[in-house]
Design a protein around this ligand. Structure first.
Ligand SMILES: [Cu+2]
Length: 138
């Protein structure tokens, strides 16, 4: 009986490994790409990675990482953001972010955009991300 309960709790339908906390998007004017931020929390015993994201509000979403190269910040595309067991990974200014490009309609601060986070365990999480102005810090 206990073993059965443990098996049920361990199945994906009953326990999502990852939660997405404090999501937000930094809006930029003139149709420039926006950056999506959040904290990914892995409450499970196994490593999980963010491996993709898509949005009905943007034509293209990529995972980027900002790197400081001799005082010049540049961005590189990454395939995955690892989240170790019982740990968290931050998408935050100056580091990992979602690059939200080709908006499909006019997006302004105060709106919410919908983003589906896709994880290496096959799970997905749909997140309504509040859009904040260019000078927002969190
Ligand atoms: Cu970027």
């Amino acid at each position: 009986m206990l073993a059965l309960a443990a098996a049920l709790l361990a199945s994906p339908a009953f326990a999502a490994a990852i939660t997405v906390q404090k999501p937000w998007v930094r809006w930029l004017p003139a149709g420039l790409p926006a950056a999506g931020y959040a904290t990914l929390v892995n409450g499970s015993d196994t490593p999980v990675s963010l491996v993709g994201a898509r949005s009905p509000d943007y034509g293209s979403v990529m995972i980027h990482r900002s790197l400081d190269r001799g005082g010049m910040e540049r961005m590189v595309m990454v395939n995955a953001i690892p989240v170790p067991p019982h740990s968290r990974a931050a998408l935050a200014p100056g580091g990992y972010h979602l690059m939200l490009m080709q908006p499909r309609h006019a997006i302004r601060p105060g709106m919410r955009v919908s983003v589906r986070f896709e994880f290496s365990d096959g799970s997905t999480i749909d997140v309504a991300m509040p859009v904040r102005p260019a000078n927002a810090s969190g």
